[in-house]
Design a binder for this molecule. Structure first.
Ligand code: NAD
Length: 493
């Protein structure tokens, strides 16, 4: 059978070149060098794709990538080291550990909203874990995709890491091949197609999907600060952020106040005319522009609402008294529209959230600990930030990922390394003390069975020194006994 593109890449992986930590570090350093040397070109591509300013690109995309590279470089040796685990009596004298090892060839498919981070963050984990990788940036952020294809082979080992560009047909063609892991970021609809394609080869998947992330504002909170933080998180990147607050839930009594505070903040952030603000982005293309605009149809505009198709510009917009059956509440907005839905208190807000798909992120603003506690215990979501938005994403020790319809698997920091490693169970025994194994060998008797049960069922409790020493003493005593039996058997009568 003819070798596929991925088979060729697997051969390179199997040469073992990517396994030594030295090689992985070299590749990570080269990626960091790419980020620093080519920063201006990357920022220019993002400007052309999304009208993103260099400050915003640095804050939202380039700095997190650089931090991830530095973290992986610094921590990789510890992440890749064998981890000893608790033993039972049966394995007390053996080496028992978990060894992270590379999976093989990983396919990384990214989105257009943060085109570099959505590819490079998983790629950093793939390199750190010793894998080969194929990356497929989104065709919609075309300037970034073109630049990535040009730059990556100039810095990384081009036999081990490949860039494939193209749209749906190219991605579908890729998905026919057998990868060892697929890391997909994008919509839930395409996520299902990716998982179906992966199932044909029993390839495991990470699906970083989206959905509607709710934001509950309790009347007992600092509404001005809450609105300032929400306005930042919602309208950054023109609302095209997977964990942007999708809609606000609040009691009717504070709706006017919320609109007022958001208005004040918008004025401060983007001045009178957001269209001419260097900090305000654009919608990625006219297809998404038309989609986002059509979501406004039934709604009452409280703030904004202006648009310009020729520039894919939609003003930061707040919609008031939005009803649950409106079209805008049926799909992820992924644009600069912020609906306010009113509910009668916390219990109704919880019911509202639980009646829908589990979100990627959940936000709650409250000064009342019991409100926060109830939100956290009575709902579910991929991640949650209390009294702010987006910020859980920035804590690299927290696993980032969805639950239910918002995805499966997790990444960031060590979690990316773990996600793209196989955690191999290793038990290394010696040939000594064979007589201890009699308990599991036929002919089985009640005495042997109870001995086997004892050895298999009792753990060495590493936190309790007494317990460990008791186990070791028992094993030594049993070993001596076994040796004595052997010696006596061999002694002529
Ligand atoms: P998308 O699903 O349209 O595209 C993502 C990738 O899938 C692209 O590379 C594209 O080429 C490919 N693709 C598109 N259609 C395909 C098909 N039919 N078959 C095979 N491949 C296909 O998603 P998008 O519009 O680029 O991104 C928006 C979605 O991604 C939103 O739902 C957002 O919430 C989500 N998202 C999630 C995260 C996260 O970390 N969880 C991050 C960013 C975006």
């Amino acid at each position: 059978m003819e070798k596929t593109f991925v088979d060729g890449l697997r051969d390179v992986f199997q040469s073992g070149r990517s396994r030594p930590l030295k090689y992985r570090k070299q590749q990570l350093r080269a990626l960091l060098q790419l980020m620093t040397e080519r920063q201006a070109e990357i920022e220019e591509a993002l400007k052309q794709d999304l009208n993103r300013s260099s400050y915003n690109s640095s804050l939202f995309e380039l700095t997190p990538i650089e931090n991830d590279i530095k973290l992986a470089e610094c921590e990789m040796a510890a992440w890749a080291a064998p981890q000893t685990v608790r033993k039972n009596f049966n394995s007390a004298l053996d080496d028992v550990y978990i060894k992270p090892e590379p999976l093989g060839v990983v396919l990384i498919i990214g989105t257009w909203n943060y085109p570099w981070a959505m590819i490079f963050q998983p790629l950093i984990g793939a390199i750190a874990a010793g894998n080969a990788a194929v990356v497929k940036p989104s065709e919609l952020s075309e300037h970034s995709a073109k630049l990535m294809k040009e730059l990556l082979p100039l810095y990384l080992d081009k036999e081990m890491y490949k860039v494939v560009t193209g749209g749906v047909p190219e991605t579908q063609e890729l998905l026919k091949q057998r990868f060892d892991h697929i890391f997909y970021t994008g919509s839930s609809t395409v996520g299902k197609a990716v998982m179906e394609a992966a199932a044909r080869h029993l390839t495991p998947v990470t699906l970083e999907l989206g959905g509607k992330s709710p934001c509950f504002i309790d009347k007992n909170c600092d509404i001005a600060v809450a609105c300032r933080r929400i306005t930042w998180g919602k309208f950054a990147n023109c609302g095209q952020t997977c964990i942007a607050p999708d809609y606000i839930l609040c009691e009717p009594s504070i709706q006017d106040r919320i609109v007022e505070e958001i208005q004040k903040t918008l004025l401060e952030f983007y001045q009178m005319d957001p269209k001419s603000s260097p900090d305000y982005c654009r919608i990625i293309n006219t297809r998404h522009f038309d989609r986002v605009l059509s979501l406004m149809n039934e709604c009452t505009v409280a703030l904004g609402g202006e648009s310009d198709r020729s520039q894919c510009y939609i003003a930061p917009t707040v919609l008031r008294d939005v009803l649950p059956h409106f079209k805008i509440m049926q799909e992820e907005i992924f644009g600069p529209l912020l609906p306010v839905v009113t509910v009668n208190g916390l219990s109704e807000a919880i019911q509202f959230i639980n009646a829908r798909d589990k979100p990627l992120a959940l936000y709650v603003f409250s000064s009342d600990k019991t409100v926060i506690k109830r939100m956290l215990t009575e709902t579910s979501s991929g991640g949650v930030t209390v009294n702010d938005v987006l910020m859980h994403y920035t804590v690299d020790s927290l696993p980032f990922g969805g639950v239910g319809n918002s995805g499966m698997g997790r990444y960031h920091g060590k979690h990316t390394f773990d996600q793209l490693s196989h955690h191999r169970s290793c038990l290394i025994k010696s040939f000594a003390l064979e007589s201890l194994n009699d308990a599991r060998y036929p002919p089985l008797t009640a005495a042997r069975l109870s001995k086997a049960k004892f050895f298999l069922g009792h753990r060495l409790c590493l936190c309790d020194g007494v317990c460990v020493w008791a186990a070791v003493a028992t094993l030594i005593a049993l070993g001596l006994l076994a040796a004595l039996v052997v010696v006596l058997k061999q002694t002529p009568a």
